[in-house]
Ligand binder design. Structure first.
Ligand code: COA
Length: 149
Protein backbone atom coordinates (compact mmCIF):
# COMPACT_ATOMS: atom_id res chain seq x y z
CA UNK A 1 0.00 0.00 0.00
CA UNK A 2 1.38 3.39 -0.98
CA UNK A 3 0.91 5.87 1.84
CA UNK A 4 1.75 9.54 2.00
CA UNK A 5 1.87 11.65 5.11
CA UNK A 6 0.60 15.23 5.10
CA UNK A 7 -0.31 17.91 7.56
CA UNK A 8 -4.01 18.22 8.34
CA UNK A 9 -5.88 21.01 6.62
CA UNK A 10 -9.16 22.23 8.19
CA UNK A 11 -10.95 21.52 4.88
CA UNK A 12 -10.46 17.82 5.76
CA UNK A 13 -12.23 18.12 9.09
CA UNK A 14 -15.29 16.05 8.08
CA UNK A 15 -13.23 13.01 7.09
CA UNK A 16 -11.05 13.19 10.19
CA UNK A 17 -14.13 13.38 12.41
CA UNK A 18 -15.53 10.26 10.73
CA UNK A 19 -12.31 8.32 11.37
CA UNK A 20 -12.29 9.46 15.00
CA UNK A 21 -15.94 8.41 15.45
CA UNK A 22 -15.37 4.98 13.94
CA UNK A 23 -12.06 4.16 15.61
CA UNK A 24 -11.90 5.97 18.96
CA UNK A 25 -14.05 5.29 22.00
CA UNK A 26 -14.05 8.85 23.29
CA UNK A 27 -16.30 11.43 21.58
CA UNK A 28 -14.92 14.87 20.75
CA UNK A 29 -16.70 18.06 19.74
CA UNK A 30 -15.85 19.19 16.22
CA UNK A 31 -14.16 22.39 17.40
CA UNK A 32 -11.65 20.34 19.44
CA UNK A 33 -9.92 19.19 16.24
CA UNK A 34 -9.53 22.76 15.00
CA UNK A 35 -8.29 23.95 18.39
CA UNK A 36 -5.65 21.22 18.39
CA UNK A 37 -4.58 22.11 14.87
CA UNK A 38 -4.33 25.82 15.71
CA UNK A 39 -2.26 25.18 18.80
CA UNK A 40 0.33 22.99 17.00
CA UNK A 41 -0.22 22.57 13.23
CA UNK A 42 2.92 20.45 12.71
CA UNK A 43 1.66 17.86 15.20
CA UNK A 44 -1.58 17.13 13.30
CA UNK A 45 -0.57 14.60 10.65
CA UNK A 46 -2.61 12.50 8.22
CA UNK A 47 -1.78 9.18 6.59
CA UNK A 48 -3.20 9.19 3.05
CA UNK A 49 -3.82 6.20 0.80
CA UNK A 50 -4.38 7.81 -2.60
CA UNK A 51 -6.91 10.56 -1.85
CA UNK A 52 -8.39 8.78 1.18
CA UNK A 53 -7.46 9.68 4.73
CA UNK A 54 -6.45 6.34 6.28
CA UNK A 55 -5.53 7.64 9.71
CA UNK A 56 -4.32 10.57 11.73
CA UNK A 57 -2.41 11.63 14.79
CA UNK A 58 -2.71 14.90 16.66
CA UNK A 59 -1.41 16.37 19.85
CA UNK A 60 0.02 19.35 21.57
CA UNK A 61 2.96 20.71 23.46
CA UNK A 62 2.45 21.03 27.19
CA UNK A 63 4.96 22.67 29.43
CA UNK A 64 8.37 23.35 28.00
CA UNK A 65 9.60 19.93 27.07
CA UNK A 66 6.63 17.65 26.72
CA UNK A 67 4.43 16.69 23.80
CA UNK A 68 1.14 14.86 24.25
CA UNK A 69 -0.52 12.58 21.76
CA UNK A 70 -4.21 13.41 22.03
CA UNK A 71 -5.60 11.12 19.30
CA UNK A 72 -4.17 8.38 17.10
CA UNK A 73 -6.42 6.35 14.84
CA UNK A 74 -6.05 4.32 11.69
CA UNK A 75 -9.23 3.23 9.93
CA UNK A 76 -9.75 -0.54 10.17
CA UNK A 77 -9.22 -1.46 6.48
CA UNK A 78 -5.86 0.32 6.50
CA UNK A 79 -4.43 -1.15 9.71
CA UNK A 80 -1.28 -3.31 9.97
CA UNK A 81 0.35 -1.54 7.06
CA UNK A 82 2.71 0.59 9.11
CA UNK A 83 0.56 3.73 8.97
CA UNK A 84 0.22 4.01 12.77
CA UNK A 85 3.98 3.58 13.11
CA UNK A 86 4.62 6.20 10.43
CA UNK A 87 2.29 8.69 12.10
CA UNK A 88 3.98 8.15 15.46
CA UNK A 89 7.49 8.54 14.05
CA UNK A 90 6.59 11.76 12.25
CA UNK A 91 4.88 13.12 15.35
CA UNK A 92 7.96 12.32 17.44
CA UNK A 93 10.19 13.93 14.82
CA UNK A 94 8.10 17.12 14.95
CA UNK A 95 8.40 17.03 18.73
CA UNK A 96 12.19 16.71 18.49
CA UNK A 97 12.21 19.65 16.06
CA UNK A 98 10.73 21.88 18.75
CA UNK A 99 13.15 20.52 21.37
CA UNK A 100 10.64 18.39 23.22
CA UNK A 101 12.32 15.68 25.28
CA UNK A 102 9.42 13.38 26.02
CA UNK A 103 6.05 12.32 24.64
CA UNK A 104 3.11 11.41 26.86
CA UNK A 105 -0.30 9.99 26.14
CA UNK A 106 -3.32 8.46 27.81
CA UNK A 107 -4.79 5.14 26.79
CA UNK A 108 -7.78 3.19 28.12
CA UNK A 109 -6.66 0.41 30.44
CA UNK A 110 -8.80 -2.06 28.43
CA UNK A 111 -7.22 -1.11 25.07
CA UNK A 112 -4.77 -4.00 25.02
CA UNK A 113 -3.91 -3.57 21.34
CA UNK A 114 -3.28 0.15 21.79
CA UNK A 115 -1.14 -0.44 24.89
CA UNK A 116 0.91 -3.12 23.10
CA UNK A 117 1.32 -0.88 20.08
CA UNK A 118 2.70 1.90 22.27
CA UNK A 119 4.93 -0.51 24.24
CA UNK A 120 6.39 -1.78 20.98
CA UNK A 121 7.21 1.81 20.10
CA UNK A 122 9.14 2.50 23.30
CA UNK A 123 6.40 3.83 25.58
CA UNK A 124 5.94 2.60 29.14
CA UNK A 125 3.18 3.06 31.69
CA UNK A 126 4.04 5.79 34.19
CA UNK A 127 0.77 6.16 36.11
CA UNK A 128 -2.92 5.36 36.31
CA UNK A 129 -5.66 7.98 36.02
CA UNK A 130 -8.82 6.59 37.64
CA UNK A 131 -12.13 7.47 35.90
CA UNK A 132 -10.29 9.54 33.31
CA UNK A 133 -12.73 8.98 30.45
CA UNK A 134 -16.27 10.28 30.06
CA UNK A 135 -17.70 6.80 30.61
CA UNK A 136 -15.79 6.48 33.90
CA UNK A 137 -13.06 4.20 32.52
CA UNK A 138 -9.48 4.43 33.79
CA UNK A 139 -6.50 5.53 31.71
CA UNK A 140 -2.85 4.64 31.81
CA UNK A 141 -0.42 7.45 31.23
CA UNK A 142 2.33 6.18 28.96
CA UNK A 143 5.48 8.05 28.07
CA UNK A 144 8.67 7.85 26.08
CA UNK A 145 11.84 9.89 26.40
CA UNK A 146 12.93 11.31 23.05
CA UNK A 147 16.41 12.43 23.93
CA UNK A 148 18.72 11.42 26.71
CA UNK A 149 18.63 13.92 29.61
C1 COA B 1 -3.25 1.46 17.32
C2 COA B 1 -3.41 1.81 15.84
C3 COA B 1 -3.32 3.31 15.64
C4 COA B 1 -2.27 1.11 15.05
O1 COA B 1 -2.38 1.51 13.67
P1 COA B 1 -1.73 0.62 12.47
O2 COA B 1 -1.70 1.45 11.26
O3 COA B 1 -2.42 -0.70 12.40
O4 COA B 1 -0.26 0.47 13.04
P2 COA B 1 0.96 -0.32 12.35
O5 COA B 1 0.52 -0.99 11.08
O6 COA B 1 2.08 0.62 12.28
O7 COA B 1 1.29 -1.39 13.44
C5 COA B 1 0.26 -2.24 13.98
C6 COA B 1 0.78 -3.63 14.13
O8 COA B 1 0.84 -4.23 12.86
C7 COA B 1 2.12 -4.79 12.65
N1 COA B 1 2.37 -4.62 11.23
C8 COA B 1 2.72 -3.49 10.60
N2 COA B 1 2.85 -3.74 9.29
C9 COA B 1 2.53 -5.04 9.11
C10 COA B 1 2.45 -5.87 7.99
N3 COA B 1 2.73 -5.42 6.77
N4 COA B 1 2.06 -7.15 8.16
C11 COA B 1 1.77 -7.62 9.39
N5 COA B 1 1.83 -6.87 10.49
C12 COA B 1 2.21 -5.61 10.35
C13 COA B 1 3.04 -4.00 13.51
O9 COA B 1 4.17 -4.74 13.88
C14 COA B 1 2.18 -3.66 14.68
O10 COA B 1 2.23 -4.64 15.68
P3 COA B 1 2.09 -4.18 17.22
O11 COA B 1 0.80 -3.41 17.37
O12 COA B 1 2.10 -5.47 17.96
O13 COA B 1 3.27 -3.30 17.46
C15 COA B 1 -4.76 1.25 15.27
O14 COA B 1 -4.86 -0.11 15.59
C16 COA B 1 -5.99 1.98 15.78
O15 COA B 1 -6.42 3.00 15.21
N6 COA B 1 -6.61 1.44 16.86
C17 COA B 1 -7.84 2.03 17.40
C18 COA B 1 -7.58 3.34 18.07
C19 COA B 1 -6.51 3.23 19.13
O16 COA B 1 -6.45 2.28 19.88
N7 COA B 1 -5.65 4.27 19.18
C20 COA B 1 -4.52 4.27 20.08
C21 COA B 1 -4.88 4.46 21.48
S1 COA B 1 -5.83 5.92 21.74
Amino acid sequence: MFVQFRLFNPSQLGEVIEIAKKNLTERYNDFVFLDIQRSWPSGFILGMSDQTIAGFICGGISGEKEARILMLAVDTPFRRNGIGTGLMSLFEQEAVNVKVSRVKLEVRTDNTDGINFYRNHGYSVSSLLPSYYNDGFDAYVMEKPLVKP
